[in-house]
Design a protein. Structure first.
Length: 248
């Protein structure tokens, strides 16, 4: 399935950053492939990162407040805040989503985590029995393009920072795969602050080559819901499989 409409979600405060350069190069590559490209440049948008009552136009002013339940109710009623509805509209239209961000404190920048908290609401991105391979995003693909401050060796299984597989699992599995996305292996620029100009150009080319080869790129493996029993553990006759390598 070729990409018809891509969404790039960029989370970096500097429009002149390497992350921004990667995002713009990705946009050009996707456009060259014939895709229409939408943008969510979160810092440029001033996107609010804090989920709460303000996300819901008809939220109760007082009393107990269950965010997920209220998000689900507001999604059904059309009373989510306008900035959330705008992001959901972009996401609904896209069949491929690229998340471009620096790895900070072993995770997403807060503004991107806030985007996840506010945009991937109950009823829109997941629901009871509507998750993993049955999730609402199951007809979409997603990929991370990230930069790190430490070299590749630090993210090896025996590296100082720990295996990049474990670090990215909460995002790739706990956010993307849980919502149903087909997750493609991440493209990682290790030690980005220490790269030479030539190395940065080489990595931009690497990202663009990956985007041009999306159709031939095997997706990450996640066990389908049918592999699990009522106790949410793998059934005894299922052979456990790992998602595979992030590094292509």
């Amino acid at each position: 399935m070729s990409v018809r409409h891509a969404l790039i979600v960029l989370a970096h405060p500097d429009p002149q950053s390497f992350n921004a350069a990667l995002a713009h190069a990705a946009a050009r590559a996707l456009t060259d492939l014939g895709a229409r490209v939408s943008w969510s440049d979160l810092y440029a948008m001033g996107f609010g990162a804090v989920a709460g009552r303000g996300d819901i136009l008809d939220a109760p002013a007082e009393g107990p407040f269950n965010l997920a339940r209220e998000q689900g109710r507001a999604h059904a009623a059309g009373t989510l805040a306008p900035d959330i509805r705008a992001e959901q509209a972009k996401l609904a239209e896209a069949d491929f989503v690229l998340f471009q961000f620096p790895l900070w404190w072993f995770g997403m920048p807060a503004i991107l985590k806030g985007w996840v908290d506010r945009v991937l609401t109950l009823g829109f991105a997941y629901g009871l029995g509507r998750w993993w391979n049955e999730g609402p995003m199951r007809d979409k693909r997603a990929m991370l393009s990230i930069t790190t401050g430490s070299p590749a060796g630090a993210y090896a299984p025996d590296g100082r920072n720990g295996d990049i597989e474990r670090i990215l699992w909460p995002i790739e599995a706990g956010v993307l795969a849980l919502c149903g996305f087909t997750v493609l292996p991440a493209v990682v620029a290790y030690g980005a602050p220490w790269m030479t100009d030539e190395e940065r150009r080489d990595h931009i080319d690497r990202l663009c080559q990956r985007l041009r080869a999306l159709e031939a790129t095997p997706a990450r493996f996640f066990h389908p819901l049918s592999d699990f029993g009522d106790d949410m553990r793998l059934k005894p006759d299922v052979v456990p499989r790992t998602p595979g390598q992030h590094r292509p």
